[in-house]
Every structure is written in C-alpha cells, then in structure tokens.
Design a protein around this ligand. Structure first.
Ligand code: ACO
Length: 330
C-alpha cells in the first residue's frame, strides 16, 4: 500500500455578501433571530452566471497555484456537490475542461450533501493507496443559493455559496507522517425526507407543476436535522479517533461542518473539547454544504491557526442522512 500526502489546499468564496439585514428586507425575519438561532451574520452568494464548476475551478486554481503544481500531472478529479452544473456530464468533467487539462483523467462527482468532502476524502485515500491514482484533485463546491426558496424564512437564512479544494498525492515514502491518518463514515437513507429537494430528478422531473409548487428548492425539518446532526457528528469524531488510536483531546483543531453555531457548540460540549480548538467561520459564510470543512481547513492553514505537524479532525453531517469524520496530519 502506498502512503497519501496532502500537497495543498485552496478555496474560493464569491464576492457578493448577503447580510442578515438584507434578509430582513426579503422575509419576515430579524438579524437578532438569525444570530441567536444560527450564529450566522452573513453569507456569500454566487453571481447569476456563476455555476458550481466556476467556483470549483477558482478553488482548484488557488490550491494548485500555491504549490505551482503542474496541472498535467493531475490524473483524477473528484467534485463533491449536490448542486451540479447539470444532471450530466459530471461537474468533475466540466472542471477538467475549464482547467484546460489536456491529458485524460478519471473524473466523477460525489453526492453526499454536506458530508461530500469527507466522502471524497475516503475515496481519494483508497484510489491513491492502491495506486489507481498518483495525483488527485478533490474539490467541494456548492451553490445552494440557486436551490433555496427565498420566500421560506425557515431555510433561506441558513445557506451560502463557496468552494474548496485539496491536492493529494501517493508516495512510496514510508517515513512521511502527514496525510490522512484515518476516516469514519456512514449513512442512513431512512432520513431521506427530513432534508431534500423534491423535484428535478427522475422521480419528479421538471414540469410546469413542479415549478409552480416550488418543488425545486430545499425542504427541511430543522429540529429533527439538528438532533441527528449533533449525535452523528459526535459519534463520528469519537469513532474516527478510535480508529486512529488517539483520544479526542489529542486533536489540535476540530473543524466541524459549519451549519449552525448551536450545532457546533453542542458537538464541542459533548466531546469536551476546549472551544479554542474548534474552528468557526459559519458567522461569515453560513452553510456552504460540502465546502464548509475544506474552506475552513484552508483558512486555518492560511491564518496559521494550524501548522506542519498539527493533528486536525474534520467532521460533517448532511442530507441523506450522511456523516463522516477524517483525522489529518498537516
Ligand atoms: N426568522 C424568524 N423566525 C423564524 C425563522 C426566521 N428566519 N425561521 C423560523 N422561524 C420561526 C418559526 O416559524 C417558529 O415560529 P412558530 O413558533 O411561530 O412556529 C420559530 O421561529 C421557532 O422555530 P424553531 O423551528 O423552533 O426554531 P429552532 O430553534 O429549531 O431553529 C433552525 C431553527 C435554525 C432551522 C434549527 O432547527 C436548525 O439549525 N436546524 C438544523 C438545520 C440545518 O442546519 N440544516 C442545514 C442542512 S443539514 C446540515 O448541514 C447539518
């Protein structure tokens, strides 16, 4: 088995800022309600003509350029997203084209909602370890603003757009200590109707009726999502640490999925982690779905909150329900 090295991370956040005060003018809500219930102050919204692949490409370029990596050496592109540019081709194929990579690659999307980046990491690790890939670009990109009902105050205050990327490579060097230390992941499809977009797939293809009934936007049972999210995120961190033979306290930083500050705080309390070791940017970006953990990791590295040798835990939970955690040595 080969070892897996993390070469670089990057991110892209759209410029347009939508504040809680802007939302006050759109739906019956208040800055105070949103901050108290979610911790979110503002989120970023992609331009009308910006699709998921556009954000993905910018994040990928940011990631590749940081280490001047020759893009022709990338043999695999995985994009974690639930807001693909279109049903097919995959967003990963579109990213391959837009990056201008000439060589043929292995390219596909992963659909695991907010857990998409962790699921992608698990796949990346497998492909790199068994030698099916040498240099792999893993991207998480979501433009949920285009699938939000902007008249529904229960959901529209929660989400934002963004993308993050990671470049990983396989190596025969037995002595490297950085990379993916271990992962834990799971799903339970019995929760499918607590968080979903009803139409637009083969079950309910787009029609005049689906548009009229607003069935192409997110439907969510907030309270139920909250409870299961906390339980599964706590469980995922504990199990991932067990798999790695470490205690939760040994983590230098925990990067939880940024859906809601109350979920993050509840997870931190149950794991008994010092709040200073929990990364938070949900106040600035809202819930960017699969992108939250990789954007956060990139920000934590860039801001020097973590440095070479740091042990970092990523944990996510999302529609499906899906969940997962990854322990990384940076
Ligand atoms: N502004 C003002 N009032 C609102 C708003 C709003 N934006 N949204 C809902 N309300 C109202 C409700 O209508 C309700 O009014 P009522 O009592 O008259 O019926 C009241 O506020 C309380 O609603 P609750 O549902 O009890 O509020 P709660 O404290 O549960 O918070 C929230 C709601 C923020 C959605 C919470 O349940 C939550 O965060 N759930 C997790 C959902 C989530 O994060 N989803 C993202 C995808 S999954 C993931 O990424 C983990």
């Amino acid at each position: 088995m080969k070892k897996v090295k993390i070469l670089s991370t990057g991110c892209y956040i759209p410029n347009n800022v939508l504040t809680n005060f802007d939302l006050e003018k759109m739906v019956d809500t208040s800055n105070e309600w949103i901050i108290t219930r979610t911790g979110i102050r503002e989120r970023r919204i992609a331009d009308k003509d910006q699709s998921t692949s556009d954000l993905a490409v910018e994040a990928a370029k940011n990631c590749i350029d940081k280490v001047n990596f020759p893009k022709e050496e990338i043999d695999t592109i995985i994009v974690a997203t639930i807001t693909p540019d279109m049903l097919f081709p995959s967003t990963a194929c579109i990213v391959h084209k837009k990056l201008g990579i000439k060589r043929e690659v292995f390219a596909f999307d992963v659909s695991a909602a907010c857990s998409g980046f962790i699921y992608g990491l698990v796949l990346a690790e497998g492909l790199l370890k068994i030698g099916k890939s040498k240099n792999l670009l893993l991207i998480a990109s979501d433009v949920l603003s285009k699938f939000v009902n902007w008249q529904d105050r229960n959901t529209c205050v929660l989400f934002g757009d963004g993308a993050g990327a990671m470049l990983l490579s396989s190596t025969d060097d037995e002595d490297i200590e950085d990379g993916i230390v271990g992962t834990y992941f799971g799903a339970d499809g019995n929760y499918d109707e607590l968080l979903y977009i009803p139409a637009g797939g083969s079950k309910l293809p787009a029609s005049f009726e689906t548009v009229q009934k607003n069935l192409h936007t997110i439907v969510m049972s907030g309270k139920e999502v909250f409870k299961v999210a906390v339980t599964k995120m706590v469980d995922s961190v504990v199990k991932a640490c067990e798999i790695c033979g470490i205690s939760v306290n040994q983590l230098d930083l925990l990067i939880p999925h940024q859906a809601n500050l109350r979920i993050i705080n509840a997870v931190g309390e149950r794991l008994n982690i010092d709040p200073s070791k929990i990364f938070i940017n949900v106040d600035r970006y809202g819930n960017m779905s699969a992108s939250t953990v990789i954007v956060s990791l990139d920000e934590a590295i860039t801001s020097k909150k973590i440095s070479k040798g740091s042990l970092v835990g990523l944990v996510a939970f999302g529609g499906g329900f899906t969940w997962g955690a990854a322990i990384l040595r940076i």
